[in-house]
Design a protein around this ligand. Structure first.
Ligand SMILES: [Fe+2]
Length: 358
């Protein structure tokens, strides 16, 4: 079914062929205005509806999809040789996870919940409502796994149990965990929009942050919040950070060195995926703190050791990938001042931005 023979290789990778074979829409892009209203189509294999969202590096790093589950329905059980983090956009329900079907780990979730499926564990999602659909976004490492082995049948039909990640514990998704530095290691976060954060001055303007490692994954996540009337510092890093806006009203700027700056407006439900090594900067122009969840390809190991030495938090003048406020294009601050004024919000950047940039 999947063309992996060198002499007949098509232009599409095995992952891309697999996506096309799912029979649901594929959206290509780095910006989705509202994940809650993005069109989905019936997805027979999952007993649900869905769509895939692919970006510049989806074929080589991580991908993203939306799944919508009708009232009272459940997904077809599946297991998979790749990692998956799930954030619930709307609705409420439950998930069962297992290696041994006589020993399932089951837990309930609602809009705002975040969890991960342990590697290769069977899992099934249930919509607990008889009237409202469930919709979630899943970020996975399927592209690497499917392209590495070149055969999706293997990815979905391997019986190996990764007991170092999950050993069938009944309380696996209780929400307990361990905090190391800025990293909360857990398997379930019930309410990400209201989760308590830690001070994170490195990215500027009174920001707060927490990083999540879920289900012993290599992939990682973090939540960032910045106050009313502020914006963060520009920075860049590798591909695959899926930034989901949870609260607030604002915009992100994205640009490559020497190229025009592009603007992307956001509100709760917007998805922004900064391309590989593209500078990006987030601005809060609304009357409440702005908070986002980033579901990333990269893990949190380096954060545990030395978050203050991260290249993405070090000035470009010092060989890093962050633009300090005093070094940014002055038009960036002017645009922010105009936008906050339009929203009737007072700028709170005086202590962060030097006079030269005003
Ligand atoms: Fe970033």
């Amino acid at each position: 079914m999947f063309d992996n023979a060198p002499q007949q290789r098509s232009r599409k990778s095995v992952y891309e062929q697999w996506v096309a074979h799912q029979g649901v829409p594929l959206i290509q892009g780095h910006y989705i205005a509202d994940l809650k209203t993005t069109p989905v189509e019936p997805w027979a294999r999952r007993n649900a509806a869905g769509c895939f969202i692919n970006h510049d590096a989806s074929n080589t790093s991580n991908d993203c999809y939306l799944l919508e589950l009708a009232p009272g329905q459940e997904t077809t059980p599946q297991h998979q040789l790749y990692e998956e983090m799930i954030y619930v956009l709307r609705g409420r329900g439950a998930t069962s996870v297992w290696y041994d079907e006589h020993r399932k780990s089951s837990f309930e979730w609602g809009a705002g919940s975040l969890f991960a499926i342990p590697m290769n564990a069977w899992h099934q999602h249930f919509n607990a409502s008889g009237s409202e659909p469930v919709r979630y976004i899943g970020v996975t490492s399927a592209p690497i796994a499917i392209n590495l082995y070149g055969d999706p049948e293997f990815i979905f039909n391997c019986d190996y149990r990764f007991i170092s990640r999950y050993a069938g514990e009944a309380d696996y998704f209780s929400g307990d965990g361990t905090l190391t530095g800025m990293v909360w290691e857990t398997n379930f976060v019930a309410d990400v929009p209201n989760y308590a954060l830690l001070a994170y001055p490195e990215r500027g303007a009174g920001g707060r942050n927490i990083k999540f490692t879920l289900a012993r994954n290599q992939m990682g996540a973090h939540v960032s919040e910045f106050p009313i009337g502020t914006y963060k510092k520009a920075h860049r890093h590798g591909p695959g950070a899926h930034v989901i806006i949870l609260n607030g009203d604002g915009y992100s700027l994205m640009w490559n060195e020497g190229e025009p700056i592009q603007r992307f407006d956001w509100q709760p439900g917007t998805l922004v995926i900064p391309p590989n090594r593209t500078f990006h900067q987030h601005f809060n122009v609304g009357a409440s703190p702005a908070r986002y969840l980033a579901l990333r390809f990269s893990g949190n190991e380096e954060s545990k050791a030395a978050v203050r030495n991260l290249v993405s938090s070090r000035s470009v003048k010092l060989g890093g990938d962050q633009i300090e406020y005093e070094d940014q294009d002055p038009s960036i601050h002017r645009m922010f001042v105009q936008d906050t004024a339009r929203h009737g919000v007072e700028v709170q950047m005086e202590e962060f931005v030097v006079a030269a940039t005003r």
